[in-house]
Design a protein around this ligand. Structure first.
Ligand code: GLN
Length: 274
């Protein structure tokens, strides 16, 4: 029999990285069916053989590079616990900053919003939980992604989101007060991609140095926006200037780039003129 504390020490010899201790505790808490407070309170708690084997199986996957969110098939985003798997991008805290911006822009309004390329549903569902009165549409090209997004809507009993399958604007009907998207924006030759090999490449990589989908979204959004409607787009930390220039060329006003929690330019938006 091995105690929590002993296993923590043993595992920290194996798993390296800034978040190793937190990740080990998260796996351990999962295996025990407890929260992390339990681990701190009961370091001398003993694992059963079955729990020990289960923990090692999960730790092994982490040692092989699989992200924790895919091992546990869950990731917290905004105030939602979202189901995820390798068919969808793992929602990032950076994207929460963009959610916050949409909420600020839409404050006091009865909005119709579309989240284009919703993946796990992170953006659409965060807006939905904050504004049950908003009418939200979530699109994705992948039926597998939409199935997960729908599962997440059901998990949180969010009924004000409609899910439609298709590429970007293709499945939309009518006009919106806000279009928001976290599209693929990484260049195919970006060395950073080697760290993201477990995630769906179609959700990460875009042609034209990462700008192909962003460009498509900027130039085709006009027909789907009401006058004074907003287009809000996540992008790479070095793409702020390029995206602002696209938005300006397409006739958007109030063009602004804002920063993520890490202090990097992360999303830009503009308003369709009257
Ligand atoms: N922000 C993610 C990353 O760089 C990429 C997300 C995306 O391409 N939309 O890890």
């Amino acid at each position: 029999m091995i105690t929590v504390q002993h296993l923590q020490l043993q595992s920290r010899q194996l798993l390296k990285g800034d978040d190793a201790a937190l990740e080990i505790d998260t796996l351990l808490a999962h295996v025990l069916g407890k929260n992390r407070t339990f681990l701190r309170t009961w370091p001398e708690h003993e694992l059963t053989d079955v729990q020990f084997d289960h923990f090692h199986q999960l730790l092994q996957q982490r040692l092989e590079g699989k992200p924790l969110a895919y091992i546990l098939e869950v990731r917290d985003f905004w105030r939602l616990s979202l189901q995820v798997n390798s068919k969808v991008l793992i929602p990032r805290p950076d994207t929460e900053c963009m959610v916050e911006a949409v909420l600020k822009l839409g404050d006091g309004h009865q909005w119709r919003v579309a989240d284009l390329g919703t993946g796990s549903g992170a953006i659409a569902l965060s807006l939905a939980i904050e504004h049950p009165e908003w009418e939200i549409t979530a699109t994705d090209l992948s039926a597998e992604s939409l199935a997960i997004a729908q599962l997440n809507a059901a998990k949180h009993q969010l009924t004000n989101v409609t899910f439609v399958q298709g590429s970007w604007f293709e499945p939309l009907t009518g006009k919106f007060h806000c279009l928001v998207s976290n599209p693929p924006y990484i260049a195919a030759d970006d060395p950073h991609l080697s760290d993201l090999q477990h995630e769906p490449q179609h959700a990460l990589v875009a042609a034209d140095n990462g700008l192909a989908d962003l460009t498509h979204l900027v130039f085709l959004s006009n027909d789907f926006l009401h006058e004074n409607g907003w287009l809000v787009l996540e992008h790479g930390f070095e793409q702020g200037e390029a995206v602002r220039s696209l938005l300006t060329q397409a006739g958007f006003q109030q063009v602004t780039t804002e920063y993520d929690y890490g202090g990097n330019p992360r999303y830009s938006y503009g308003q369709k003129p009257c």
